[in-house]
Design a protein around this ligand. Structure first.
Ligand SMILES: Cc1cc2nc3c(=O)[nH]c(=O)nc-3n(C[C@H](O)[C@H](O)[C@H](O)COP(=O)(O)O)c2cc1C
Length: 328
């Protein structure tokens, strides 16, 4: 398996498949199952900023009648927050003890919230790295692009200062100048960027007239956005790119590596097809390397990146000038 070894966030991975933060990674047993199935690393199910704050607030409201002093409220709030953080840190600690592959902790954050005070404790719990699942839905009509981007950089900088661990940002693609944002994260010194997260998308139930979740899991055709932007950026950044969303097969894994990804994250493919998908993808990768005569990864990683192409404009095409080999 050494032929498949890679590095990501400065960590040694025996292969480039990381199981992404999801219900597949929410307990030690589930994390161990990913390792047993051959994963190169795991990202633990995120602790959510709103989970910490909401649960703290709920605990306060339930005890409101008994807490008359402001200090008492502060105390309860702190105890409640610590409860959730401690439970998460204990999960990370037990996982790192039970497993040999790297364990990446994950925080889902939306604001400069109290979660930042706890980030320093992830390294003490033994996490190998920290992934920030950070997204601001740009739905506030009063907030400018600049304001939102400044907040991103400020929060990520604070997390980097506190974390004492390699740090990656799992991001969305909704930026006016995605290239500029990515370059600035890189210049700040983040260790990795996960391109891209797949967000919850509300839908409408037309009979009940309620909102509902749209399809939760990705499909095998959903990988192309990540592929394009990985290819566009990978050779121009110091940080690592981890491709994510829609990676369901060995073929797509190979495409991501050719575009310059150091590793990939998988989630829906395993939720649909079971953990055996990891072995199948690695088998397909090895078979492809054999066909190409590639002994190791470095022989081909990033070969199809924008910077390395004779005609890089292929990655910049955004419009259909004519229908491509499609008869209507
Ligand atoms: C049910 C479910 C729960 C998820 N929970 C998290 C989470 O807690 N933190 C996170 O960063 N991503 C979470 N994700 C996103 C996945 O890690 C992944 O980025 C996304 O599903 C796209 O990858 P895929 O196409 O391989 O599924 C979740 C995805 C699903 C389907």
């Amino acid at each position: 398996m050494e032929r498949l070894a890679t590095t990501y966030l400065g960590l040694e991975l025996k292969n480039p498949i990381i199981v992404g933060s999801s219900p597949l990674t929410s307990s030690v047993d589930k994390l161990k199952k990913c390792e047993d199935a051959g994963a190169g690393a795991v990202v633990v199910k995120s602790i959510f900023e709103e989970q910490i704050d909401h649960d703290a607030a709920k605990m306060i409201s339930e005890t409101e009648g008994f807490v008359v002093h402001a200090d008492g409220q502060d105390f309860l709030e702190e105890v409640s927050r610590n409860y959730y953080i401690d439970a998460y840190l204990s999960l990370v600690e037990k996982a790192t003890e039970a497993m040999d592959i790297p364990v990446i902790a994950s925080v889902n954050c939306r604001t400069r919230g109290s979660w930042l005070d706890y980030v320093g404790r992830f390294s003490e719990a033994g996490a190998d790295a920290l992934e920030l699942n950070y997204y601001i839905l740009p739905s506030d009509m009063k907030r400018s692009t600049q304001e939102i981007e400044d907040e991103y950089f400020s929060v990520v900088k604070s997390a980097m200062d506190q974390a004492k661990l390699p740090l990656s940002v799992k991001m969305g693609s909704h930026f006016t100048s995605l290239a500029n944002v990515v370059k600035r994260f890189d210049a700040m010194g983040v260790d990795g960027l996960v391109l891209f997260n797949r967000f919850y998308q509300p839908d409408i139930d037309i009979e009940k007239l309620t909102t509902k979740s749209s399809v939760v899991l990705s499909s095998p055709n959903d990988y192309t956005q990540s592929l394009q932007w990985t290819a566009l950026f990978s050779a121009y950044l110091n940080c690592d790119i981890c491709a994510s969303t829609g990676i369901h097969s060995g073929e797509t894994l190979v495409k991501m590596l050719l575009s310059g990804a150091k590793a990939v994250q998988v989630c829906s493919a395993l939720m649909k097809g079971g953990h055996k998908v990891i072995g199948q993808m690695l088998g397909d990768l090895t078979a492809w390397m054999d066909r190409q005569g590639a002994e190791t990864f470095v022989d081909f990683r990033g070969k199809m990146a924008h910077k390395r192409m004779d005609d890089p404009s292929q990655w910049e095409r955004a419009q259909y000038m004519k229908s491509l080999n499609v008869e209507f």
